[in-house]
Design a protein around this ligand. Structure first.
Ligand code: ZN
Length: 203
């Protein structure tokens, strides 16, 4: 906790005064460009990898960067998506998975989930991706299968987003873009889902 409190002190003494105008502007409202849905993993820092500032990204994080299909779970993720689209009018939603994702590893090797019943229930929302990989990519080695699952989970969550009435309506009007990314922790590289080819291509 000490490191965190020291950081807070540095923020208040150094970083905040340097960006005083920005914070004064943000004090009365926000107008973020995008909803960034990513994993809770500590190694993913959305503002760092996109070099954005406070106020730029509306962020939703959870284990496995999951967006449950509408109606399956009335929870924080669905409410966050609806608020971002309807109240804030974000123009884009980015679903960002990442390399070495613990949630995706648990889908491939569910043993440890026996002691984490809540995580196990949550990961049901990624079952579609797990099944696609099991049925189509069983021949791949462990590392390649994990990489494929990470990608297919992003694809599955993009599809889930489309079941939300708010998202479907804005997509129909052409007022919303959906983007699927996978961030590689070791290199900083990002691949984006290309709907035409069905592949993830370097950005
Ligand atoms: Zn993760």
């Amino acid at each position: 906790m000490r490191k965190i409190l020291e950081g807070l002190s540095r923020f208040q003494c150094v970083a905040f005064p340097e960006a005083r105008e920005l914070f004064a502007r943000l004090a009365s409202g926000q107008n973020p460009e995008a909803l960034f849905l990513t994993c809770s993993d500590s190694r993913i820092v959305p503002e760092l990898i996109t070099q954005t500032k406070p106020g730029d990204l509306f962020i939703c994080r959870n284990a496995g960067n999951i967006a449950p299909a509408w109606g399956e779970t009335t929870g924080g993720v669905s409410a966050t998506i609806e608020y971002a689209v309807m109240a804030l009018g974000v123009r884009d939603i980015i679903v960002c998975g990442h390399s070495d994702c613990g949630a995706m590893k648990a889908l491939l090797d569910p043993g440890p989930l026996a002691r984490m019943p809540t995580v196990a229930l949550w990961l049901r929302h990624a079952e579609c991706a797990r099944f696609v990989v099991e049925e189509n990519y069983a021949h791949l080695g462990a590392q390649e299968r994990l990489a494929m699952l990470i990608e297919q989970n992003v694809v599955a969550q993009l599809a889930n987003l489309g079941t939300h009435p708010s998202v479907a309506s804005k997509l129909h009007k052409g007022e919303l873009g959906l983007h699927g990314w996978v961030y590689d922790i070791a290199t900083g590289a990002v691949k984006a889902y290309d709907r035409t080819s069905g592949q993830f291509l370097p950005l």
